[in-house]
Write a protein that binds this ligand. Structure first.
Ligand SMILES: [Zn+2]
Length: 82
């Protein structure tokens, strides 16, 4: 394990240079999985996979200005409710 300056709970939104894991477009959403992995999705894929992501993610952080569909999905039920 490499120590970092960022507390584990402070997940940052994707940086400008981070790319979607599916199509290589600019990342708009970072998803932290229950197993500890992370995924980055563009706006298109973040919304496309939202129904699945809300089931497997423990945290999801969108870049400012991006309205992720999953936020609405978790409002009713799911582990991401704030
Ligand atoms: Zn994509």
């Amino acid at each position: 394990m490499t120590p970092t300056l960022t507390p584990p709970e402070a997940t940052a939104p994707p940086a400008a240079e981070e790319r979607c894991d599916r199509c290589n477009a600019a990342g708009k959403l970072r998803v932290v999985l229950a197993g500890g992995g992370e995924l980055v999705f563009c706006g298109h894929h973040a919304n496309k996979y939202a129904p699945e992501l809300v089931k497997i993610a423990v945290e999801a952080v969108a870049v400012p200005g991006f309205q992720w569909r999953g936020t609405d999905l978790t409002r009713n039920a799911g582990p991401l409710a704030e």
